[in-house]
Design a protein. Structure first.
Length: 158
């Protein structure tokens, strides 16, 4: 057994049984008779870092497996009609060029450059190698304003 610990001085306690131990000693003589040292902070943090990196790699592999054979989704704007409230009714033809059925996320932009005013919608499942048309009602811009005449609309689907 190790020498008695002076309880009037700073000390640690055994993490297993709670007996007093000298400062910096995590286990008492009874719970660690071979005096095996614990891992250093560098080892602990290194192990955690490897676990986090391994988790990200596993998530990337899972994402790759989950999205294999999905898309791309070329899309065309088949028709546009202006509604009385300033909104639009658009018809979008979306093709699934993938090897398995999937839905697409489509963005309708007025400038061709993504913007927070863009209208985003999700299609129903589209069978592989098929084209489906979807009619969407696009609300008017904030403040009820309509798109200026001659504005070219662009649709992109992922």
């Amino acid at each position: 057994m190790t020498a008695a610990v002076d309880l009037t001085q700073p000390h640690d306690v055994c993490i297993r049984c709670g007996r007093p131990t000298p400062l910096g000693v995590a286990l008492c003589e009874r719970d660690n008779p071979a005096h095996i040292k614990g891992p250093s902070p560098t080892q602990v943090h290194g192990t955690i870092l490897l676990g986090v990196i391994g988790g990200f790699v596993a998530l990337l592999l899972l994402l790759r497996l989950a999205t294999a054979g999905v898309g791309p989704f070329p899309a065309t704007l088949s028709g546009v009609a202006t509604r009385a409230d300033g909104g639009l009714t658009v018809v979008v033809a979306v093709t699934n060029n993938g090897t398995r059925p999937s839905g697409a996320s489509c963005r309708l932009t007025a400038t061709g450059v993504p913007d927070f005013h863009d209208y985003v919608f999700f299609t129903d499942q589209i069978p592989a190698t098929e084209t489906r048309s979807f009619t969407q009602t696009v609300p008017p811009l904030p403040g009820g304003q309509a798109l200026p005449a001659g504005t070219a609309l662009v649709v992109r689907c992922n």
